[in-house]
Design a protein around this ligand. Structure first.
Ligand code: DX5
Ligand code: ZN
Length: 224
């Protein structure tokens, strides 16, 4: 139920293969891969060719977060490269329904996400098809930002809607997740936790993954 998804945005890109192996040994459930195009967000990271190359170094599923303007054009590329879950922003320029259907047609899990200023209700029409919804807890584009606790209302609303419909859909939070913030997100109903800076800057990465998981498990849906 609880999953920890370290974000390789904070890893040493010069030794990604080692970093992936390290995360696998640290107990990562997913590898969160941030794809940025310098247009949808003001930063550029990596694309499908890099994902294809690093896929062979780990069996940990790839949780691919597409911060790109036209994801529909590239869904086949990311599926071919080895994405296991693909998250697309509602604010992108591609038709959302078609994009989700394309991901599902490739046998890959589909997820949608909203930036902080976008209401989470925009995702509700697609919810029945999604394996996961990502609630951004920072403005997308950069690692190491501060967690936005005011996004927890979205997590709660989403959890209620998922439960009301009886769906099996994970809620992921991304941005500023650390030992200080993970409990708040778990209490609100998140169960997948992206952590970039907190894990990769830790002197005890395995310990940090373990503590994040323990805190999430202890606090999941526990009322405030
Ligand atoms: C931000 C990315 C995040 C980022 C999180 O645009 O989507 O996945 O890597 O990094 P931290 O955990 O350092 O906030
Ligand atoms: Zn991300």
């Amino acid at each position: 139920m609880i999953k920890i998804s370290p974000s390789i945005l904070s890893c040493d890109y010069g030794k990604m293969a080692e970093e992936l192996t390290c995360m696998e040994h640290c107990g990562a459930d997913y590898m969160h891969i941030d794809v940025m195009d310098g247009h949808f967000v003001p930063n550029i990271t990596l694309g499908a060719p890099v994902i294809r190359c690093i896929k062979k170094y780990t069996d940990v599923p790839f949780d691919v977060h597409l911060m790109i303007s036209e994801p529909l054009k590239y869904i086949d590329d990311f599926c071919d490269a080895g994405a296991d879950i693909i998250t697309v922003h509602t604010e992108c320029d591609s038709p959302l329904g078609e994009t989700v259907d394309k991901i599902l047609a490739r046998g890959v899990k589909a997820s949608l996400t909203v930036k902080p200023a976008t209401p989470v209700e925009e995702i509700f029409p697609y919810l029945d098809k999604l394996s996961m919804v990502l609630v951004m807890t920072v403005e997308p584009g950069f690692g190491g930002q501060s967690f936005m606790a005011d996004m927890m209302g979205k997590v709660t609303a989403l959890r209620q809607e998922i439960d009301r419909r009886g769906l099996d859909c994970d809620i992921e939070v991304d941005g500023g997740i650390s030992e200080k913030t993970v409990a708040v997100a778990a209490k609100a109903g998140a169960n997948v936790f992206v952590a970039g800076n907190a894990v990769f800057s830790s002197t005890d990465r395995a310990g940090t993954v373990r503590v994040l998981r323990e805190l999430a498990e202890k606090n999941y849906l526990k009322s405030l």
